[in-house]
Each structure stands twice: as C-alpha cells, then as structure tokens.
Design a protein around this ligand. Structure first.
Ligand SMILES: C[S@@+](CC[C@H](N)C(=O)[O-])C[C@H]1O[C@@H](n2cnc3c(N)ncnc32)[C@H](O)[C@@H]1O
Length: 250
C-alpha cells in the first residue's frame, strides 16, 4: 500500500529521479510503498525560450528563479493531489535538518513537496505564497537544491514501514534516540591483526546489548559530547557512563 508520496520540483528531475530509483529507495518505489515524482519546473514557463530565471531587481550578480513557473508547477502538483500540499523549500536559510525532522515529516504527512532552487535562489514572492517551511542541510551553500532534496527524501523514505527490510533497523541507529550507534563488525573475526570484541561472538544476548549500549554512550561522549548532554539517560545508562568515565580517566 502506498504510504508516502514526495513531489520534487527541480530543473534536473531526471538526475534526481535516477538517484532515487536506485537501491533501497528505488525498491520501496517498485514495491509501491513510497513514490517520488520529479517535476520539471521549466515545463511551466510561458516564454518561448523556456527561461526560468531573470535578473535581480536592484542590481547585483547572478539570476533568480522567477515566481511564475515555480508557482504554476506547484499549483499543477496540488491540483493533481486534490489538496494544497505541505511545501518545503530547500534553502541554506532554513532550519538545519535533523533525524527528528525526518520523523516529523514521515509522521505528519502522506504527501509533501520539496522545491529545489538554483542560481541565486528563488523570487521571494513564491516563498511567501506557497512555502510552508524552509529546510537546510547544513551551514554551507550548494549550487542547487537537488542534493538537499535527495537527502531529505532518502532520510524520510527509509523510515516508512516496509522500505527497510527489518523495520527496527533504524531504531539503534545514530540520532534515533539522541545517541550515536555502537561500533559494528562483520566477518572475518580477525582482520589485519584486529579482532572483533569477544562479547559479540559470545551468543549472550544480554551482555551484547549491554556492551552495545555502553559503546553507543562512549562514542557519543567522545564524538558528540553536545548530543550526550541532551540525551535522555536512565539509571542504567548513568552507571555505564560512570564506568566509561573511570575507564577513560575523565
Ligand atoms: C546558490 S544557492 C542560493 C543561495 C542564496 N543566494 C542565499 O545566499 O541564501 C541555490 C539553491 O541551492 C539550494 N541550496 C544551497 N545550499 C543549500 C543548503 N545548505 N540547504 C538546502 N538547500 C540549499 C537552494 O535551493 C538554493 O535556492
């Protein structure tokens, strides 16, 4: 059953579509659980040159995407959907995207639009008229919104039940519960003189779970102490943290 549809408005819909047709997200689409529709903004121009951008009022370098083709593309998607869809403009000025946003988008919407800007960005009046939120993928500037839109689509789609082979796959992953994930190993047991921690081959599930939780806390402490400060640690976790601090002589 179709659980989520994402409409991506772009000047490079074929590139975006090709990437999201591959791998796990592609399988999810093949299985009919998710759908990603990529729309060519240029198809909605009203000039013969199919130009989507123009000079900035007030002068300055570069071009800005005009409101009209963006609006008409957006309107056509909403009309086809039969409702005004939640609309997100990918922008370096937006709120920086987190796993919590991926969860929120997956829980709150069964269809939404991602708008990819280009050049110097898009005419402000399109944002005022049609955009509900702006999302950034980090404090840096890319040439276009396609990579950010693909990142958001991927992060949200993989949370839809049935997209990943095992539903609980993502629940131990980094950022799900405010911690980073524990270290992971595969065969062989020994590689270039480095062995897999013994506990992982013990078959003792409780000990393995304890070790993984402790290592998740340790990594978060080492790599992202800012996250650990905000993480919800229960009494057992606090004890593990004390052990770690002693081991690390902190
Ligand atoms: C060169 S950027 C425009 C930047 C704009 N002039 C500014 O300073 O805010 C062109 C497009 O790339 C996308 N983009 C660039 N960096 C991004 C980021 N960090 N997150 C999300 N989208 C981004 C946006 O869609 C934007 O319209």
């Amino acid at each position: 059953m179709l659980s989520l549809t994402i409409d991506i408005m772009s000047l490079f819909p074929d590139t975006v579509s090709a990437v999201l047709r591959d791998s796990i997200i592609g399988k999810g689409q093949e299985n009919g659980i998710i759908r990603v529709n990529c729309h060519q903004i240029r198809d909605y121009t009203t000039n013969r040159q199919m130009q989507v951008d123009d000079y900035l009022y007030g002068g300055g370098q570069g071009m800005v995407m005009q409101a009209q083709p963006l609006h008409d593309c957006w309107k056509a998607i909403c009309e086809e959907a039969g409702e005004r869809l939640h609309t997100i403009y990918m922008s370096p000025q937006g709120k920086v995207f987190t796993q919590a946003d991926a969860k929120r988008l997956k829980n709150d919407y069964d269809r939404f639009i991602l708008v990819c800007g280009h050049y110097e960005g898009v005419d402000e009046r399109f944002i005022e008229a049609c955009v509900d939120e702006e999302i950034s993928i980090g404090d840096f500037v890319l040439t276009g919104g396609e990579i950010p839109a693909m990142a958001v689509a991927d992060a949200v789609c993989r949370l839809v039940p049935g997209v990943l082979s095992e539903e609980d796959c993502f629940e131990d992953e980094s950022h799900w519960n405010g911690l980073l994930e524990y270290p992971q190993y595969s065969r062989p047991f020994e590689w270039n003189g480095r062995k897999v921690p013994e506990v992982l081959t013990s078959g003792h599930h409780a000990n393995i779970a304890r070790w993984r939780r402790k290592e998740a806390i340790r990594r978060t402490l080492i790599k992202r102490p800012d996250m650990l400060e905000k993480a919800e640690l229960d009494k057992k976790d606090q004890l593990l943290l004390e052990e770690i601090r002693k081991e690390m002589e902190l």
